[in-house]
Design a protein around this ligand. Structure first.
Ligand code: GLU
Length: 482
């Protein structure tokens, strides 16, 4: 393969906020592409209709754009191998599924949901590993086609060999081998004729001429299935490299319970994109010495996988802040002033808060006093009146945790939706409106007097509001009421 042929991709699913793990994987793909004068592609994997969220796709692209890496082909840009969105490629998956069926590598499975549930129950009871028992594997093609034509509901499953092993050479892990007998006859086309992730990703990687698949370690166990699919199609598989997942300081997998995981939170916090790139680079890689501060261009220049370490990379916010400080110190006063104007006191942001305080500000000297919590980061609840009078700390902590869940599920961050979620929660719990609202008011503004509550939460933004709710609930859990 010549160096020109390097083509890599990230394939995010638009199911939520743009995740910091996506930025991490994107960075390594981008650097690898640039190192080899290749192409970096974004493909949107939106075939899971139950988890799809329309606004998420644009948010992911915006977040990667802010992060500062450019893609060569993608849903917004097009390219030679589009469309770059799986929902626009459905006929292709259906066509290649039929091809596998014809070749005897896949079969129609008519098992009902009830039968599969019953099977699972029996397996659990007899302590057997869960998995499909291949009930439909030997139905003749003629019979299967006849049943399908008569409208019998079915999925298509891949016929995984029952003996032997499947292996691949991982770019940083070396040879990874799986026993075929431990793999399930996986579904490749669902009853609604949508492909599963496995089929779609193999078909797309093939037709998009992806040379190297660089993705998170959670996909290692899927790769043998993909390798088998490539073999069944008679296609050459790409090279696979699986990067370790980011960890919390206690080594657990990074999760929103312990850390904000949205890229937008770090943007909102005022972390510079070049710092986030430097920091995420250091999570797995080093330039061959103990240098910690380096640019993405320097990384490209020195990049090789043998400097990638497989230890669980710890995402330490304190370290990120330290690094941001190092970069900021090097900026001139003028650059600071410009950045503050663009990122903190920018007109779009100010215009949102002005109507909330117009009534109470008589002169601009009062403006910051009335709005400081829109500009600050984490608030210190020790010195705040939380919980408000008449509310027990533990109850307030529980409300906040539960409300956070409700907020997570909102598809839009508007005043109406936030208000709706709070009203529904009050009704559901049978608690006093004023108790919840006062608690929330203190959580987001640090004080009992603030501009209108839901508007304030909306302007503060989803990331910062959720962060404060989480911090306040942690604080309240530990607080002893006197
Ligand atoms: N859609 C998968 C994800 O959300 C892509 C995994 C892969 O890169 O193959 O992570």
């Amino acid at each position: 393969m010549t160096q020109k042929d390097v083509r890599v991709r990230i394939a995010p699913s638009p199911t939520g906020d743009p995740h910091i793990g996506t930025a991490y994987i994107a960075l390594f793909n981008y650097v690898f592409a640039k190192k080899h004068a290749g192409k970096f592609i974004i493909r949107i994997e939106d075939t899971d209709q139950t988890r799809y969220r329309a606004e998420s796709e644009a948010m992911i692209l915006d977040a990667i754009r802010w992060f500062g890496i450019q893609w060569d082909e993608g849903p917004d840009k097009g390219g030679e191998y589009g469309p770059y969105k799986q929902s626009a490629r459905l006929p292709l998956y259906q066509q290649w599924t039929e091809e596998l069926v014809k070749k005897g590598h896949a079969y129609y499975c008519f098992c009902t949901v009830d039968r599969l549930a019953e099977l699972r129950k029996k397996q659990t009871e007899s302590k057997l590993p869960p998995g499909y028992d291949r009930h439909c594997r030997n139905i003749s093609l003629a019979e299967a086609q006849e049943r399908a034509e008569k409208g019998e509901k079915h999925v298509v499953r891949f016929k995984v060999p029952t003996t032997g092993t499947t292996s691949f050479e991982d770019g940083i892990r070396g040879k990874v081998e799986f026993e075929n007998s431990k793999l399930d006859d996986l579904v490749i086309l669902k009853a609604d004729k949508f492909p599963t992730y496995h089929l779609a990703s193999v078909v797309d990687d093939h037709f998009m001429k992806i040379s190297h698949v660089i993705r998170g370690e959670e996909w290692v166990s899927s790769t043998p299935k993909h390798v088998l699919l490539y073999q069944a199609f008679g296609w050459e598989a790409p090279h696979f490299t699986h990067l370790n997942l980011l960890r919390n300081p206690d080594k657990s997998k990074i999760s929103k319970r312990k850390h904000p995981t949205s890229i937008l939170y770090y943007k909102r916090k005022g972390i510079l994109p070049e710092v986030l790139r430097n920091f995420l680079a250091l999570m797995g890689w080093n330039p061959g010495n103990d240098q910690e501060i380096f640019s993405t261009d320097e990384m490209i220049e020195k990049f090789s996988w043998d400097r990638f370490s497989l230890g669980g990379p710890v995402f330490d916010i304190q370290k990120l802040l330290w690094m941001n400080g190092q970069y900021l110190k090097k900026k001139t006063d003028r650059e600071w002033a410009q950045m503050l104007r663009n990122d903190v006191f920018n007109e779009d942001y100010l215009i949102q808060m002005i109507p909330l305080v117009k009534e109470r500000v008589n002169a601009f000297e009062e403006f910051i006093d009335n709005t400081y919590f829109f500009f600050s980061g984490d608030l210190n609840y020790e010195n705040s009146p939380i919980p408000p009078k008449g509310v027990v700390s533990k109850d307030a902590a529980d409300w906040l945790v539960e409300l956070l869940e409700k907020f997570e599920g909102l598809d839009q961050w508007t005043t109406e939706k936030i208000k709706g979620a709070c009203e529904a929660y009050v009704a559901e719990k049978g608690i006093k409106t004023k108790d919840l609202y006062m608690t929330l008011r203190i959580v987001v503004s640090g004080s009992m007097v603030s501009p209108p509550l839901f508007e304030t939460i909306q302007v503060l933004g989803k990331e910062m509001s959720r962060r404060r709710i989480r911090l306040a609930s942690d604080y309240l859990k530990k607080k002893k009421d006197s």
